[in-house]
Ligand binder design. Structure first.
Ligand SMILES: *[C@@H]1O[C@H](CO)[C@@H](O)[C@H](O)[C@H]1NC(C)=O
Ligand SMILES: *[C@@H]1O[C@H](CO)[C@@H](O)[C@H](O)[C@H]1NC(C)=O
Ligand SMILES: *[C@@H]1O[C@H](CO)[C@@H](O)[C@H](O)[C@H]1NC(C)=O
Length: 498
């Protein structure tokens, strides 16, 4: 009678993976009213209103990113990044918001140079076309995103970007889940409107439609010549509630739906999440309103713009097994997988800020933050979520919207008081650099023997708590030796032989 025998089979899966950092135009560029630098955005105007921003700060000069971008690309080279994510300022390209009115050659030249510098340094540029800073003129003319006309102007602007930069940009995101609630409901962020109840829903509605329109334009005019397009939905910035080990409740699922689902569900499933329609609808009735404050897509989606966003090959969402995974980042990624038919994900911004104004190497505590989140991402990849890139937020300390300069997200400390705005690497730079060079977490052998050269050939993913009770000592992934930028994932199956 043979005893039970347990055999562990480890398979190495190699997937292409991209490590990067991010930033955005208004938060870093400065150069707001210099000759030829474009027109004001809603943030220029909003930050001028006393009492809106911590210390009444503005983004007028910020990190002087417009002038120091070559230095910043050097910092990226130092990190050995694969990609850099930045946004193009709409008013810097078309100051009046409208293409036919005026096109700012100097603004176009700036982004041309930035893109070229990145490419010379072998860093893939990833462009965000909307990072909350539309031209002020459109705000005044149309009440911003409240008016459907803005969609066409945004489409013109993005089309111009494809024309000018698209030959070098393969990865674009048109939709940055916007601060519509803070901008149109509570008024804490630009444009600072307090349109209680319906304003945020209307703004979001138009932003989603604008994204659809841009996608359609790209598909019809540029996709044949320029390969690749993507969209960014989730904001992974310091959302601590996702890391805490909260118990599963329908309330928390609703939280996801009212955040990610609000923007993502129309894109993947052509309508708002059922739970949003139900809650907004019934609350509107309670408030004595004839119709829901949540707009409907019924007529719009018949126009097929957004319908085309759904790849027919994608399966319908599976069962809600996301309930069974631990809360956190991993759960969010799994949520996207199950809800939207397993799309390819790029983490477009994940980071944490500090309030202190200490210089240089004072952010030891940021390391465990990155470690934990990256670890959860790697677990999600093992769960089968398609994650192809990770963007740490952010390269530099920068203007943090209504928090002014009081919050620092940077891997690099920016000394705003010095005229030249010098950058100093914080401790987390070395940590993130190590993750990039190891293409994940370095394995035990390397950790205990620093003389061993790290490289993608021998990295090991940390954590993997789900497997620990079964896994035999992890083998080196020889199969990944050849492809330099591959992320190695060990999938281990336990087979019981009787
Ligand atoms: C900001 O402006 C408000 C309103 O004018 C004023 O009360 C406040 O003292 C200012 N804060 C600073 C730090 O200047
Ligand atoms: C949108 O803006 C146009 C042009 O200013 C205006 O004619 C129209 O009434 C606006 N629509 C709404 C719903 O406010
Ligand atoms: C960018 O686009 C290219 C071409 O479509 C693709 O191979 C790559 O995976 C995309 N992502 C990144 C982060 O570069």
């Amino acid at each position: 009678k043979s005893p039970h025998q347990t055999v562990c089979v480890c398979v190495c899966v190699c997937v292409w993976f991209s490590w990067g950092v991010g930033g955005s135009a208004y938060q870093t560029e400065g150069a707001w009213d210099q000759d030829g630098e474009g027109g004001p955005s809603i943030w220029d105007v909003f930050s001028h209103i006393k009492g809106k921003i911590q210390q009444n700060e503005t983004g007028h000069s910020s990190c002087e990113g417009c002038y120091k971008f070559k230095d910043d690309v050097s910092l990226m080279k130092e990190l050995k990044l694969n990609h850099y994510r930045f946004s193009i300022s709409w008013p810097r390209i078309t100051p009046a918001g409208i293409k036919s009115d005026h096109m700012n050659e100097k603004g176009i030249q700036h982004y041309d140079e930035l893109i070229d510098t990145l490419m010379e340094s072998k860093i893939t540029p990833i462009v965000t076309l909307y990072h909350w800073d539309p031209p002020q003129v459109l705000q005044e003319k149309y009440f911003g995103w409240q008016n459907i006309s803005v969609i066409n102007h945004f489409n013109e602007f993005t089309n111009l970007c494809f024309e000018k930069f698209g030959n070098r940009i393969q990865n674009v995101s048109s939709l940055m889940q916007s601060v519509v609630v803070e901008g149109y409901e509570t008024g804490e962020q630009a444009p600072g409107l307090r349109l209680k109840g319906a304003g945020a829903y209307r703004a979001a509605h138009h932003i989603i439609k604008a994204h659809a329109k841009v996608w359609h334009t790209y598909d019809a005019q540029w996709r044949g010549r320029q390969k690749g397009f993507m969209t960014s939905l989730c904001r992974g910035t310091g959302e601590s509630q996702w890391t805490s080990a909260t118990r599963r409740t329908s309330k928390q699922l609703r939280y996801f739906q009212f955040n990610l689902g609000w923007f993502a569900t129309p894109i993947f499933h052509r309508d708002y999440p059922q739970v949003m329609k139900y809650f907004v609808g019934s609350k509107s009735v309670q408030q004595g309103l004839g119709t829901s404050r949540l707009p409907t897509f019924s007529s719009y989606f018949a126009d097929r713009d957004v319908a085309e966003l759904v790849d027919p090959r994608w399966p319908d969402p599976g069962p809600e097994w996301l309930y069974s995974v631990p809360w956190g980042f991993r759960r969010l990624l799994n949520f996207a997988k199950t809800q939207y038919g397993s799309p390819v994900n790029y983490v477009t911004g994940n980071g944490v800020s500090e309030k202190m104004s200490c210089t240089e190497l004072c952010d030891e505590w940021r390391k465990p933050y990155f470690q934990e989140y990256i670890n959860e991402m790697l677990k999600a990849i093992r769960d089968g979520v398609k994650v192809k890139g990770y963007t740490a937020w952010s390269l530099l300390d920068k203007f943090e919207w209504d928090e002014g300069y009081s919050e620092r997200f940077g891997l690099h400390y920016v000394d705003y008081r010095s005229k030249n705005k010098p950058r100093h690497p914080k401790a987390s730079v070395q940590f993130f650099k190590h993750i990039i060079s190891s293409n994940g977490f370095p394995n035990q052998r390397e950790a205990s023997n620093p003389s061993v050269e790290t490289g993608s050939s021998s990295n090991q993913l940390l954590a993997a708590a789900v497997f620990t009770q079964h896994v035999l000592p992890v083998v080196l992934r020889e199969c990944c030796r050849t492809t330099h930028r591959d992320l190695c994932i060990n999938l281990c199956f336990v087979i019981s032989l009787i």
